[in-house]
Design a protein around this ligand. Structure first.
Ligand SMILES: *Cc1c(COP(=O)(O)O)cnc(C)c1O
Length: 446
């Protein structure tokens, strides 16, 4: 039996797919493209803010913009007063250029360049300091503007992480800030964990609240902590996901390809997005005492968070046109007009698993049995597959059909795209529904 992993149903996307607009865009743009739904970004941001309000916690959301290069999401941040998490001078410039105020930026990333630190301080951005030498450079370079800093803490639960200040270094950094007096505004501490479980975030946040209290005793401001990102996205329902994990085998993939199960993103998450934030706040740090929300309130500590993927949940999809189909024993190889560079997961020994949806160019009767096919890119690389898995399609794909990969805005679209083979980069099309029930309106991003 073919394993299927359909994305959660999405009425807005279904309406767009039925409108015929994607076909016109594929024709007009002459290649693959991504569509973006900024309305969804707004709703996801509102949900995070509501989770903070419901827990009675003062907090701020910073969109981690590395998850998607589109301008429209940064514009939404500026319009809605959200912050942006940037990690390079390019990202910082882009955020400012879309109207985000310098003081609403947090600058993360390791060993930030001197130029980035200077502009960040000049703009009044919050700088998450990752190392002692970086702190030295902040203190010597930026005196004129009294830089705002957080100290990024090395997570004890992830000893292999290359990020953050641990042990002695952390004490030395706190000492350094205290010594620097009025030359720096030490606003608190930060972390970013890999993985998606709430409890380790609750635990470390509890430690950071304690660190704030200790730092205040040394005369530092220390009134906020950032818990980074890593709020899961729930792509597919629980049932098919479990059946897939239990049942997948090399026979489900082109060329008998194997993947390590643990390398798959957890495409189903029972607690995701703003609910994951609520869970972090409702948890008890190290399993003891008051829950995190109460600890933050009592200590007068503000909570900053930097979601990337979760703010982009269902805020965009990627559209390819089928260029050709050929048969192998028992399945087909579909070739589309783009490459796996537009689906970044393929570059991490993994696979983007939510099923792409086939939009046939002309209606065709459903086959009695699903037609299985893997999806190849329009390149000369044998390993350029958008999907190794033999997807079960209701009809045999055909040249000219559209193939829509759902929910790709978070990290899939553009982190690895390049004009390989002189193929042009897929443009991004922003879709709005001006009045609720009218036709979709589109424009190119930027
Ligand atoms: C990547 C990153 C994020 C965003 O992570 P998501 O998993 O997309 O939520 C937030 N903060 C830092 C420091 C990061 O490096």
């Amino acid at each position: 039996m073919a394993l299927t992993l359909p994305a959660h149903s999405d009425p807005l996307a279904a309406r767009l797919h039925e409108s015929g607009l994607l076909r016109e865009l594929a024709h007009g743009l002459g290649g693959p493209f991504h569509y973006l739904l900024p309305h969804r970004f707004d709703a996801n941001l509102a949900a995070f803010r509501a989770a903070l309000a419901e827990a009675g916690v003062e907090g701020r959301v910073y969109y981690a913009k590395k998850a998607n290069k589109a301008g429209v999401f940064t514009e939404r941040c500026a319009a809605l007063g959200a912050g942006v998490d940037v990690a390079s001078l390019g990202e910082l410039r882009d955020a400012l250029g879309h109207g985000v105020r310098g003081e609403d930026l947090v600058v993360t990333g390791p060993a930030k360049t001197t130029e980035l630190l200077r502009v960040a301080a000049q703009q009044g951005a919050l700088i998450a300091v990752d190392a002692l030498d970086e702190l030295d450079r902040v203190l010597t370079l930026c005196q004129a503007r009294r830089p705002r800093v957080l100290l990024r803490v090395h997570p004890r639960s992830q000893p292999g992480s290359r990020f953050g200040l641990g042990g002695e270094d952390l004490s030395e950094a706190i000492h350094g800030c205290a010594e620097a007096g009025d030359e720096v505004r030490m606003e608190g501490f930060s972390f970013h964990l890999s993985g998606y479980t709430p409890q380790p975030r609750t635990d470390l946040a509890g430690d950071l609240v304690d660190l704030c209290l200790k730092a205040r005793a040394r005369g530092l401001q220390a009134d906020r902590i950032s818990i980074g990102g890593g709020f899961a996205v729930d792509y597919v329902p629980a049932g098919p996901w479990q059946i897939f994990l239990d049942g997948q085998s090399p026979g489900d993939y082109h060329a008998g390809k194997t993947f390590t199960k643990n390398d798959f993103y957890p495409y189903h998450s029972p607690v995701a997005g703003a609910h994951a934030l609520a869970a972090v706040l409702a948890g008890r740090p190290s399993g003891q005492g008051e829950h995190l929300a109460a600890r933050l309130r009592q200590a007068g500590v503000m909570l900053l968070l930097e979601p990337g993927r979760a703010l982009l949940d269902r805020a965009g999809s990627s559209v390819f046109t089928v260029q050709g189909v050929k048969d192998r024993d028992g399945y087909s190889i579909v070739t589309v007009d783009g490459t796996s560079l537009s689906l970044s997961e393929q570059w991490f020994n993994s696979e983007y698993l939510p099923d792409p949806q086939l939009l046939p160019a002309r209606p065709r009767p459903f086959a009695p049995e699903p037609h299985r096919a893997c999806i190849g890119g329009a390149s000369c690389l044998d390993s350029d597959l958008l999907t190794w898995r033999k997807i079960a399609f209701p009809v045999r794909p055909h040249e000219g059909d559209l193939l829509v990969y759902p929910n790709t805005a978070g990290y899939q679209m553009d982190s690895n795209e390049s004009p390989f083979h002189e193929l042009s980069l897929p443009p991004k099309v922003v879709i709005d529904y001006p009045d609720d029930d009218t036709r979709p309106r589109w424009r190119l991003d930027r």
